[in-house]
Write a protein that binds this ligand. Structure first.
Ligand SMILES: Cc1ncc(COP(=O)(O)O)c(C=O)c1O
Length: 389
């Protein structure tokens, strides 16, 4: 088979590409295209597409990678969160603590269970759930679970948070959808809390070629409960012993592809981190706030700067052909779709972050020349060179 992107490109094409828009994200599967094609053929030839050998093998591989005893594949990251909440006994009327700056994914899952979100403010530096604010929240309410999002690929202050929640007898759910492979003290995201929830949406650090998700845990009872919840609540075929079940399965094709990509994850994370490091050094003298960690606890899913004139900076970059996005513009407690007992002003750090954050291109395969263009476009904004990049 012939892959056009493997062919040599002539200098004119390269020149053209240099002036093309740099996207916020570009799928970078060239290095493993052959492996992905082989994995697809393997599944087609097996004639087994749902809950077979590939899903079982991926669950084994991913559990080992994360350093946990169990992994249960599900259909996507939102289902992972919802089913995890259900497996931990969260029901209508319960309270769940979580941050409000993480794109409403956790909130969607909480709302689907009928529970009520109680938003806790985030840490000024990492923009992840603040242990101090969590202590304060525990004095106000009595949650059934706490969701901690490792936002942008930055591990939260997870050991302290787990310790605070465990003291209160409350289970913790790590939302690792942006943090595959992030680690601290030799432990990886998804191994600190009671459960870890992952999305394999194509743009994630470990992305499928479609939707996918997983829950990791060391608790065999929680894992057994999840296995039932992902398949109609069956204890065995056609025997429904567990309420709250549904169809939420990772399919064989995605599992086979993810197995191939898992071996490349650490390399890709390293590449993301190197780009982040280069940006951090280049932006050190500019009046923007950059990610504070470029160590193992940050896998640079998104490289996010903060600046008071975010919208002006964004349109300048747009004019320079640099793709950007805002993760996320509206805090969960101010989303119009749901009434919240919390209102504007209740979460000052969260609300300020939503006004100031801007994500820049940072992904494996982002060329050296593209990185330079991002840097000089940002510099030109602060040097007042409007129209120049
Ligand atoms: C932090 C976070 N949690 C959960 C999700 C939901 O994952 P999915 O889109 O697979 O449902 C996403 C991403 O999309 C995410 O970024």
């Amino acid at each position: 088979m012939d892959f056009p992107s493997f062919r040599r490109q002539n200098p004119q094409q390269v020149l053209l590409r240099n002036h093309q828009k740099i996207p916020l994200f570009r799928i970078h599967d060239d290095a493993c295209k052959r492996a992905l094609v082989d994995a697809t053929m393997r599944v087609i030839e097996s004639r087994w597409y749902i809950l077979g050998a590939e899903v079982a093998a991926f669950e084994r591989d991913f559990a080992a990678y994360c350093g946990v005893a169990h992994c249960v594949g599900v259909a996507n990251g939102t289902d992972a969160l919802e089913l995890a909440l259900r497996a931990l006994g969260v029901k209508r009327g319960h309270t769940v603590f979580l941050a409000a700056n993480a794109g409403f994914y956790g909130s969607t899952a909480v709302r689907l269970t009928g529970a009520v979100p109680y938003y806790v403010d985030v840490d000024e530096e990492t923009l992840t759930l603040s242990p101090r604010s969590l202590e304060h929240a525990f004095r106000q309410d009595n949650p059934k679970a706490v969701i901690i999002t490792h936002l942008y690929g930055q591990l939260a202050d997870i050991q302290d948070i787990v310790e605070i929640a465990t003291r209160k007898g409350v289970p913790t759910i790590e939302d690792c959808a942006q943090a595959h492979g992030a680690s601290r003290g030799g432990r990886r995201a998804g191994s600190f809390g009671t459960v870890g929830c992952f999305s394999f949406y194509p743009t994630k650090n470990l992305g499928a070629l479609g939707d996918g998700g997983a829950v990791t845990t060391n608790d065999p009872a929680v894992a057994a409960h999840l296995l039932q919840l992902r398949q109609y609540g069956w204890s065995m075929k056609y025997r429904v012993d567990t309420p709250g079940g549904r169809n939420s399965r990772l399919d064989e094709m995605q599992a086979a592809l993810l197995r191939e990509k898992l071996g490349m994850l650490d390399g890709w994370n390293g590449e993301r981190r190197r780009i982040g490091n280069r940006y951090n050094q280049a932006f050190a003298r500019l009046p923007v706030r950059c990610p504070i960690s470029l160590g193992e606890d940050f896998v640079a899913h998104l490289y996010v700067v903060r600046h008071a004139e975010r919208d002006a900076l964004r349109s300048h970059l747009e004019g320079c052909g640099i793709g950007t996005d805002i993760h996320y513009p509206v805090p969960d407690h101010l989303q119009k779709g749901y009434a919240s007992h919390q209102s504007e002003g209740d979460l000052p750090i969260t609300e300020d972050a939503c006004r100031t954050v801007l994500s820049l291109p940072c992904f494996p395969g982002l060329a050296d020349t593209e990185q330079k263009r991002v840097i000089s476009a940002l510099e030109s904004f602060f040097e007042g060179r409007s129209g120049a990049c």
